[in-house]
Ligand binder design. Structure first.
Ligand SMILES: NC(=O)c1ccc[n+]([C@@H]2O[C@H](COP(=O)([O-])OP(=O)(O)OC[C@H]3O[C@@H](n4cnc5c(N)ncnc54)[C@H](O)[C@@H]3O)[C@@H](O)[C@H]2O)c1
Ligand SMILES: O=C(O)C(=O)C[C@@H](O)[C@H](O)[C@H](O)COP(=O)(O)O
Ligand SMILES: [Zn+2]
Length: 363
């Protein structure tokens, strides 16, 4: 097991990475203050790992709450049903919630923990690659609305993260690819050496090689933890973690949440952000081609479907959370490994990027 720490004064916490962690009750115990825990999961993950987590937490008479899997469940309706489960069970303020699953479960459980009786503790047990490298770390929680992605939520940090890489062995290949999009993101915004490592080790990652997966999770969390420690509430540089997300979230919203996986939409969004960076004179065309080639090798979509109108995407983008005083801010690249926040991009340039994404971008 390897351990990192996200340094946030009294809200600091460990991120443990290794295989078989979810069975080890001693890893959870220091972070449970009361007598009871509630494990929240989706029905897919609950069926795979719920009994093991409940066995590890048997001393706390765990209640297992579950909801249907997928992005379509990341709603206020699911939130209300879960909240009613806590209220009916008369759980008090010392209850600890345990998020067992992917990013949907983590974001939902974190939001529930942030708001139940005005805030209780929670522990993250991420079981997708995407959740292990990204969503379980950093304290962004929330739900979607038809008009925009993650529009309701709170910053609420977990008490600890247990990233059990053994759980990745049951993850479908499409979900693994979606997680790789966020791994590639870290290379693009912060570490050119890591990007080259991903290019080299992509085969091993797809084969489920434990050493390669643990390195991908460790380095991703290391980069994210440093960014979040410096800017917990995204008043500045944390926005770099949003590379590709202004485009990607618009695709997710325009397709009704679920047709595209978050990682797939972010993968395409990163290619669009790369094209934008090129049009702004910040990134050479060869770098855009290199990024497109890596995304294709990672089995991620690199084309926008013809039936999503440009104006629809621009409409969702105008409601992005990075908009300030009516000005859209986007994450661009000043080179591989160098994310930069740009504002004042003209609507015609964005429209040109969107239109170009309907044609193949790889050189
Ligand atoms: N809070 C953050 O900082 C942050 C960061 C990135 C993404 N997100 C959010 O995370 C969500 C996407 O997360 P995701 O990609 O993990 O999706 P997900 O939670 O929907 O999980 C993907 C699918 O994989 C299944 N699954 C999970 N673990 C499994 C396992 N070990 N074996 C077999 N099947 C398994 C799930 O049941 C689900 O069907 C989005 O809502 C996105 O907005 C949040
Ligand atoms: O942690 C962050 O900060 C991120 O932006 C990570 C993203 O990968 C993640 O998808 C996040 O939920 C997006 O946040 P939002 O504020 O754009 O909704
Ligand atoms: Zn994301």
């Amino acid at each position: 097991m390897r351990t990192l720490r996200l340094d946030l004064a009294e809200r600091s916490y460990p991120i443990h990475i290794g295989s078989g962690l979810l069975d080890d009750g001693a890893l959870y115990r220091p972070y449970i203050r009361g007598r009871r825990v509630v494990v929240v999961s989706d029905s897919q993950v609950a069926g795979l790992y719920g009994a093991r987590v409940c066995a590890a937490l048997a001393d706390y008479r765990p209640l297992l709450l579950q909801f249907p899997p997928g992005e379509g469940s990341k709603t206020l309706e699911t939130y209300a049903t879960l909240a009613d489960g806590l209220i009916e069970g008369r759980f008090d303020r010392r209850v600890a919630l345990v998020a067992l699953g992917g990013g949907v479960v983590g974001d939902m459980t974190g939001f529930l923990a942030a708001t139940y009786q005005r805030g209780v503790d929670f522990i993250q047990i991420p079981t997708t690659l995407l959740a292990q490298v990204d969503s379980s770390v950093g304290g962004k929680t929330g739900v979607n609305r038809p008009g925009g992605k993650n529009m309701l939520g709170a910053f609420h940090q977990p008490r600890c993260v247990l990233a059990d890489t053994g759980t990745l062995s049951s993850l479908p290949r499409r979900e693994l690819a979606a997680g790789l999009a966020e791994v590639i993101k870290y290379g693009l915004i912060a570490d050119a050496g890591f990007l080259a490592w991903i290019e080299r080790e992509l085969g091993a990652l797809f084969e489920g090689d434990e050493v390669a997966l643990q390195h991908a999770v460790y380095r991703s969390c290391e980069i994210k933890a440093a960014i979040v420690a410096a800017d917990e509430r995204e008043s500045g540089q944390r926005a770099l973690l949003n590379l590709g997300h202004t485009f990607g979230h618009a695709v997710e919203a325009a397709t009704g949440y679920g047709a595209w996986l978050h990682g797939e939409a972010v993968g395409l969004g990163m290619l669009m952000a790369s094209d934008l960076s090129h049009r702004l004179g910040r990134l050479p065309g060869e770098a855009v081609a290199r990024i497109a080639a890596l995304l294709e090798r990672a089995e991620l979509p690199t084309r926008l479907p013809a039936d999503i109108p440009t104006d629809t995407l621009l409409g969702y983008m105008a409601g992005d959370k990075k908009v300030l005083d009516g000005q859209l801010r986007l994450v661009a690249l000043d080179g591989i490994g160098q994310g930069v926040i740009v504002s004042g991009v003209e609507a015609e340039v964005l429209a040109a990027v969107i239109d170009a994404a309907r044609a193949p971008m790889a050189a």
